[in-house]
Design a protein around this ligand. Structure first.
Ligand code: ZN
Length: 163
């Protein structure tokens, strides 16, 4: 396993459509493991293949309940609404308010190309929507309502309000 370089906002690859995975190859399996390692190293809750420069429909997510690996994922159900601050490993140091469904169902394949169904609420639903957007070349900043904040400034504000 190895860490991969995370592409940052402004890199063209983040705006491109990802191709479906037709066959799981040793190379793509290695990519999945590297994506997990890179996500944990960067302390993110999700990572999509284009963020490490690969235009394939693969995402990894871990909101604290263990790793979820999704190949060719599709949202098949969504309902409710949640408003909250969102960040992205490709847009370091920034946060913005994004409205997402509060509940989603995703159908996908796992790393062995077996069908999987993942149901997520709240943070997991948000992470799934965010990562699946990356596969369509969509970065969350295009969905931010209002301004994009510096995450450091927000942390300072929180400290101040606690005084
Ligand atoms: Zn992201």
């Amino acid at each position: 396993m190895a860490l991969r370089q995370i592409r940052v906002y402004g890199d063209d690859i983040l705006t491109k459509q990802c191709r479906e995975v037709k066959e799981m190859t040793p190379r793509l399996k290695e990519l999945v493991q590297d994506m997990l390692e890179t996500m944990y190293d960067a302390e993110g809750v999700g990572l999509a293949a284009p963020q490490v420069g690969v235009l394939r429909q693969i995402v990894v997510v871990d909101v604290g309940d263990g790793p979820i690996i999704l190949v060719n994922p599709r949202i098949t159900e969504q309902d409710g609404e949640q408003e909250g601050m969102e960040g992205c490993l490709s847009v370091p140091g920034k946060l913005g308010k994004v409205t997402r469904p509060n509940h989603v169902v995703v159908e996908a394949l796992d790393e062995d190309m077996n069908p999987v169904r993942v149901e997520g609420e709240e943070l997991l639903a948000r992470a799934l929507c965010h990562e699946l957007d990356h596969l369509e070349g969509v970065v969350y900043t295009s969905k931010v309502e209002g301004e994009l904040y510096d995450s450091e400034d927000l942390e300072e504000d929180e400290e101040e309000s606690e005084d």
